[in-house]
Design a binder for this molecule. Structure first.
Ligand SMILES: [Zn+2]
Length: 600
């Protein structure tokens, strides 16, 4: 057994999440975590909503609410969506907690003390008519990179590049249209070049990464520049330095605080578990966590934050950049083992866009279809290693032809036939097993090795393909053995053997599919006469802020229960439940209905 951290990208709390988001990081990280737990590892799966930064402030201004109110609203929406998908977070929290603020400030202070955070005089915008600082979000202009005319002072929403207000062509105040004046102002910068060497050494020692992620990350090292980590903004974590702490107009930049969430959420989980030091088992590089592994899941637009910036913060905290230094009070911390990045999901040939309504929100999807139908689609046809297009026609086909006609049919016909003819799981005939029986059982057992190894190496598409191959073999076996023809009393022992073998393989295939399809796996377990929890589910729990802030909802769960990653012999004589379909067959008319809902 080992300690495995599943660090899942933090969704930004400025709106509901669409299925592109959960295809990239949500479902794959859950499949991985569920499998690793079943295989006996001690998994800590953490994330939360990312709630600071200009976009939330801008949206809140537009709606006339406070940024906290806006964040509260979408934090709840996102928590409910992830819960609906059955994502087994040990803790899904948020960045507006007292705990998160304290951990962010601890990292900031230590990096500053070690000399990796340096003040720099930059050109900041002020309003010429009032003489006051003009926050980034109130400055608009043309993006110097892509030419988009409504880029914001801190970021271009068209090309996604981070900007400084002074970079904008034709900058103007969004308040009154005047041209801002640029004056000298002080901000803090992370000295990224001081980590180039340590990062290069670390990246060279990585094994098993997707080659494009590793190549992309190494290329980033060629051009590391100091990066601003504070902004002219009122919404965010205060700067924990003398003379800065109480300034209302400057805050830590949202990307700096958000990546620290992996650590702060682990600490929050430990504080809530009753053992406040328990997080060290996944993080302490020189102590209990020294053999722990950490896997980070995200979309490809976030690679830089996980393969360069977060490791740089950790190296600086550990005192291992060019300027050395002393580790902070949390001790030496582990760097990521692997950065697992996915590609993008497009929608009927178009890029997801909420403004053009080319979007399917998770909650709308779950209102009309089952969570496992989406989870299945993401696993077999998601953007694991290349950009992938979601189409309703393909969703319908995968659901009806594979999930319903393949797996659902195998479950249904083997359990129905056994229930009808034996009322329970039939015994194996003393005459023994045939070669065909043995071959099918061996195929199913071998699945535990192949499927498990593929999930561990983040090849989930191949992994579910192998699990479904076992299902296909079992369906073929039933057709060939045709137990329904063995109606004579003298044939009944052989019929029982065939059904016993089929039910054993249903049980094994169900275990192999559990990380992918946890909701239906629980139902199949019960149809086979099983009791208790087979696939544990997260719950939404309203908790108090540990440091005196307002209460908030989190996702949490007890995942120590449930099936293990092994073949469990089915017991002859165990009563079977009354069979009912595990999956819903969809009417082909849904394709046109859904296309009509899409804009454009
Ligand atoms: Zn741009």
């Amino acid at each position: 057994m080992s300690h495995v951290l599943a660090a899942v990208a933090w969704p930004y709390a400025n709106g509901p999440r669409h299925i592109g988001h959960v295809s990239g990081f949500g479902v794959p990280s859950d499949v991985f975590s569920r499998y690793m737990r079943m295989a006996g590892h001690d998994v800590l799966m953490v994330s939360g909503t990312d709630e600071h930064g200009t976009p939330i402030q801008v949206q809140a201004d537009k709606e006339g609410v406070s940024p906290r109110e806006l964040a509260d609203r979408y934090n709840r929406v996102i928590v409910e969506d992830l819960h609906g998908l059955g994502l087994s977070y040990d803790l899904f929290t948020r960045t507006t907690t007292g705990n998160h603020y304290a951990v962010v400030q601890e990292l900031f202070e230590t990096l500053h003390r070690n000399g990796y955070i340096v003040p720099k005089v930059t050109m900041g915008a002020i309003s010429p008519s009032t003489g006051r600082t003009l926050p980034d979000r109130y400055i608009e202009g043309t993006c110097p990179i892509c030419g988009y005319e409504h880029a914001r002072g801190d970021q271009c929403d068209n090309c996604g590049n981070q900007l400084d207000p002074i970079d904008l062509v034709n900058p103007r105040s969004k308040i009154n249209g005047e041209t801002p004046q640029f004056v000298e102002t002080e901000h803090f910068f992370l000295d990224l070049p001081a980590f180039a060497q340590a990062l290069g050494k670390w990246l060279d020692s990585r094994e098993g990464w997707r080659p494009n992620v590793l190549r992309f990350s190494k290329n980033l090292l060629d051009d590391l520049q100091p990066r601003a980590i504070t902004r002219d903004l009122e919404w965010g974590v205060p700067i924990p330095l003398e003379g800065w702490r109480d300034r209302g107009d400057k805050r830590i930049y949202v990307w700096f605080d958000a990546v620290i969430g992996y650590l702060s959420a682990s600490i929050e989980w430990a504080r809530r578990s009753g053992d406040p030091e328990a997080w060290r088992r996944w993080w302490s590089a020189d102590g209990e966590g020294k053999d722990a592994r950490g896997y980070y899941f995200m979309g490809k637009d976030n690679i830089v934050f996980h393969s360069v910036i977060w490791p740089a913060l950790l190296l600086g905290y550990d005192g291992e950049g060019d300027r050395a230094g002393e580790p902070g009070r949390l001790g030496l911390l582990n760097l990521p083992t692997e950065v697992v990045s996915s590609e993008f999901l497009t929608m009927e040939g178009k890029k997801f866009s909420s403004s053009r309504q080319v979007v399917i929100y998770v909650r709308d999807f779950l209102a009309r279809y089952d969570a496992d139908a989406l989870r299945y689609y993401i696993a077999v046809a998601g953007p694991e290693s290349q950009d992938t297009d979601f189409t309703w026609a393909e969703f319908l086909r995968r659901n009806n032809d594979e999930l319903v006609a393949g797996w659902g049919n195998l479950v249904n016909r083997s359990i129905s036939m056994a229930a009808k003819n034996f009322g329970a799981i039939p015994p194996i005939d003393p005459a023994g097993l045939t070669e065909a029986d043995e071959a099918l059982l061996a195929t199913a057992r071998a699945g535990f090795t192949t499927v498990g190894q593929l999930i561990e190496r983040h090849r989930q598409k191949q992994a579910i393909g192998e699990a479904m191959r076992v299902v296909g073999e079992a369906n073929k076996y039933l057709s060939e053995q045709a137990p329904w023809k063995l109606k004579a009393e003298s044939d009944k022992p052989r019929m029982g053997t065939i059904l016993h073998v089929a039910l054993q393989v249903v049980s094994d295939a169900n275990t192999l599919l559990t990380p992918f399809l946890p909701h239906s796996a629980q139902r199949v377990h019960e149809l086979l006469g099983g009791t208790g929890v087979h696939a544990p589910m997260p719950s939404i729990v309203q908790v108090e802020d540990l440091d005196g802030g307002p209460a908030y909802p989190v996702l949490a769960g007890d995942y120590t229960v449930g099936a293990k990653w092994e073949s469990v012999p089915v017991e002859a004589g165990r009563a079977l439940a009354t069979p009912k379909p595990v999956f819903r067959k969809l009417d082909p008319s849904i394709v046109d209905e859904e296309l009509a809902r899409l804009g454009d």
